[in-house]
Structure formats: C-alpha cells, structure tokens
Design a protein around this ligand. Sequence first.
Ligand SMILES: Nc1ncnc2c1ncn2[C@@H]1O[C@H](COP(=O)(O)OP(=O)(O)O)[C@@H](O)[C@H]1O
Ligand SMILES: [Mg+2]
Length: 336
Amino acid sequence: MDGPMIEARNLEKRFTVRRHREGAFGAMRSLVDRGGNEVSAVKDVSFSINRGEMVGYIGPNGAGKSTTIKMLTGILVPSSGEATVAGFTPRESRKQLAQQIGVVFGQRTQLWWDLALADSLELLRHMYRVPEKRFRENLNRARELLVLDDFMHTPVRQLSLGQRMRGDLAAALLHDPKILYLDEPTIGLDIVAKARIREFLAALNRETHVTVLLTTHDLADIEQLCRRIIVIDRGQVVYDGELGALRNRFGGKRHVILDFDQDPGDAISTLAGNNLEIVDHNGPRVRVAFDRETTSTPRVLALASHHGTVRDVSIEEPAIEDVIRQMYEGPDSQHP
Ligand SMILES: Nc1ncnc2c1ncn2[C@@H]1O[C@H](COP(=O)(O)OP(=O)(O)O)[C@@H](O)[C@H]1O
Ligand SMILES: [Mg+2]
C-alpha cells in the first residue's frame, strides 16, 4: 500500500447535547456553542502517520483524543473532514477496516467477563475469522511476551487490571492488524505492569512494524515508546513533531550545572547578564540558566572558563510534563 497508513484531514466532530439548565454545568458552557446544544469534541485535526511509526497522541482531559480514535476506527462518523486508514475510508468500509486494525480502550474490555481468557480469545478468533494456524502463532507470541499462561483459564472478571489489559492486547492482535490504536492502555496499572506492557509494545513494533497510535496520560509511556508526538488541545492539533524538538521549542530555559575545581568566588556573579542568569552558587557548584535561543552550552563554558577550571558539566532538561504543561498554558497554544 502506498501513502500513509493513517491520514486525518480536517477531522471535525460535533455532538448534539441536551441543553442544561442555566448554571447547572458552568464548566461545560465554554464548550457549548452560542446556539446552545452543540459540543465540538474535535474541531480541526489533520495528521499523517506512516507504516511502522509509533506516535503518542496526547492532550488534557476532554481534548478530543478518544473521539479522534473513534473516527479513525469507524465507530464514529466525522461531522466534516475525512480519514483514510490502511487505504480505507473508515465510515464507508468499517468491516474491511476492522480486519486491519486492533483497538484497546483501557477503560473498557472487548473480552467477556464470564468467560475464561482462553475462551474469550477463541470466540474472537471466530468473530475475526482468523485462520487456525495464524491464531495459534499469534496466541503463542502473546502468551510468551505478555506472560498470559498463569491466567489463561481464569474468568475475565477475576483478572487484575494489568492481567486484563494484557488479555485485551492479545485479543487486539489475534488477526495481525497493521494498525494498533491504544487509548490509555496503561491507565490504573502499577509500575511493573506498565513496564511489561511497554516492553511488549516496543518489541511488537520492532518485529512486526505495526503502526501504533497511543493515547496516554503517562508521559513515561511516550518517552519510552514514541519518537513523535501529536498534541491536541480543545479539539485542535497544537504540536506535531519529535519529542526532543518539543523540549527545544517550549522547554523554556536550559539549566547547566558547572562544577569548578574550586569555589570561583563572588566574581562569578559577573557571568550574569550575558543572556544568562545564575540560579544558584554553592561553593564550587554553580547553576546557570539561559535561554536556548540566545545562548548555548559551549558559550556558557567559554565564559565560565574565565573563572576557573570547570571539572564537570551537567545539563538539565526540563521534565517533559513541565514542557507540555507550559505548552497548554503558554502564548503559543491556540486557545480561542
Ligand atoms: N458522545 C458524546 N456526546 C457528547 N459529548 C461528548 C461525547 N463524547 C465526547 N464528548 C465530549 O467531547 C469532548 C472530547 O472528548 P474525548 O474525545 O473523550 O476527550 P479525551 O479522550 O481527549 O479526554 C469532551 O468535552 C467530551 O465531554
Ligand atoms: Mg479519552
């Protein structure tokens, strides 16, 4: 197949909601048009994802992430705009598309509560018409990588959240989908369960080149799995690019910690003003903050060398959480 695996072109989704009594839902009002009964869940979302990419789709609660994913699966029909997924238009070819995609919604399961996991998977095999041999192969891989054997015969309702999520991942992959949509797959999981799922996804993507669109609140998921992120806020894409570049663009000041071989003394204060600021000075250790637009770490080092021998340098990147928070709140975000 030529072209991108997932393409969204100006997707928009409006929902009609019942008019609430005045004041009852103050927080909702900003989302509601002047007309009074339409919510724009997704306003204008365009992106293009190639085969084998693993893209993080992030944004605050209510930004429109799940609604986008539902349009890309064919569960919801866009109010305007178009999507092409694995060569299909989801709304027209939902059945054919179902053969090409796997979906995990962390908040619900596609397994049957009363059935053992093994029986749930067997039932899905029939629903997706997965050939026996392929089913066995995929099941064996999932059993091994997701370590399912301890609970294959346990009813789904008795599984822990992490076990259930592993079962859901196995279920989503039985028919070898080309695309995997994961909507909050690590929500509510402990660190060990999260790590297991991340390792599985990384291995799966490496081995099968499955294309993954991943929504999560846990930015560590993104940092470990996705080179590219798309950030959505109030139904619009506010960033699409590399995670690293995001830090540069929105990360604000870079901090550098200089360890001199001895205390550079009060004279170090003359460093300030060269587009940089001394945040802390404690004996031989000096912390400097500067704007990455106007100065650079080598320049800071050159300036510092006038004050003594720099034994060690460490650069502190802002936490990605801070970068993203700043982006939602900062002047660059396109809030109406
Ligand atoms: N079926 C629906 N009817 C009315 N409003 C909806 C419906 N689904 C989602 N919304 C609203 O659309 C906005 C986006 O929702 P959603 O896509 O679930 O956001 P996210 O997944 O980013 O948290 C929210 O304000 C939500 O309340
Ligand atoms: Mg959601």
